[in-house]
Design a protein around this ligand. Structure first.
Ligand code: AMP
Ligand code: MN
Ligand code: MN
Ligand code: MN
Length: 280
């Protein structure tokens, strides 16, 4: 049977993507996506527009969100929630709480960047944000590129915004336990996003996977826009070992900024159980 072209991870202008929710949906359809989840960071408000657009173009749509959590010693981990009820009060309140830290974090980032000669970054980043509550490192990156300090968003992260670089500040996001409580309480399926991106020791990693599973987490992204072939093999292995459902998501943010476009990913290894087998 031909595998389903599912893309269960992408962003719109509601968080740090470049396209409106409806435009993301139309692009996904043109790219041949058959099942799409919009997973903006810490925010559900793009879902209504995206779902309406998906109905218009006859594309199966899953309500999603990507939740920022803190793990171990100041590590940020992202949990993709799929099939959540976007009206669920605890989920809405939880995400509100996660977003509420972003503004003061952005002010701290701007103060650090100022010390290394990048001035006016808070107001500058705000010019790139749709919703100020969702101000993120991506918006700072776009401002820094615009100012000519770097050639593209990726090199901004390499030089200024990644952990250990001058514009990086520590921040407490949600706990894994709280995030899984909100997601499962809203009837969602929790998936570890882009596992290759985390700089964790072997022990910390195994602890993350088993704690996530113990708390009711079900899936892991095996195919991601941030994974190379070796990563795909490794996270397929992790899915088998921990009994995780396998997910597939481009993490598309926008044309020209993302390496992988909507739906343009390889197929999942055939022996894995796709996460969409439990989504309806
Ligand atoms: P924040 O939630 O403010 O920490 O911003 C995180 C976002 O920055 C991610 O969702 C990505 O969109 C983007 N990002 C993180 N690391 C990189 C990187 N190395 N290159 C490009 N974008 C990145
Ligand atoms: Mn992002
Ligand atoms: Mn992410
Ligand atoms: Mn993402």
């Amino acid at each position: 049977m031909k595998p389903l072209n599912a893309d269960l991870h992408c962003h719109s202008v509601v968080s740090d993507g470049l396209l409106a929710p409806a435009a993301v949906v139309r692009r996904a359809k043109l790219n041949g996506v058959e099942l799409l989840a919009l997973t903006d960071h810490d925010e559900l408000s793009g879902i209504a527009e995206a779902r309406a657009a998906a109905n218009e173009v006859d594309l199966r749509f899953v309500d999603g969100v990507e939740v920022s959590i803190s793990w171990g010693d100041d590590q940020t981990v992202h949990i993709v929630a799929l099939g959540v009820d976007p009206q669920n009060a605890s989920l809405i309140a939880g995400l509100f709480q996660v977003r509420s830290g972003r503004d003061s974090r952005a002010a701290r980032m701007a103060a650090e960047l100022d010390k290394v000669g990048i001035h006016g970054a808070y107001d500058g980043a705000l010019r790139f944000v749709g919703n100020p509550a969702l101000i993120s490192r991506s918006h700072f990156a776009r401002f820094i590129v615009e100012q000519g300090h770097a050639k593209d968003v990726k090199s901004v992260f390499d030089h200024w915004l990644a952990k250990g670089k001058p514009g990086y500040v520590e921040h407490s996001w949600a706990t894994l336990q709280d995030a899984l409580g909100w997601i499962i309480g809203a009837a969602g399926v929790a998936v570890i996003a882009h596992p290759a991106r985390y700089r964790l020791t072997r022990t910390e990693r195994r602890d993350l996977y088993s704690t996530f599973r113990d708390l009711g987490g079900r899936g892991i992204e095996v195919l991601s826009g941030s994974h190379n072939d070796d990563d795909v093999r490794e996270y397929a292995r992790v899915a088998r070992e921990f009994g995780f459902l396998a997910s597939r998501g481009s993490d598309f943010h926008g044309p020209g900024e993302s390496r992988v476009d909507l739906g343009k990913l390889p197929d999942l290894p055939e022996d894995l159980t796709p996460v969409w087998s439990v989504l309806h």
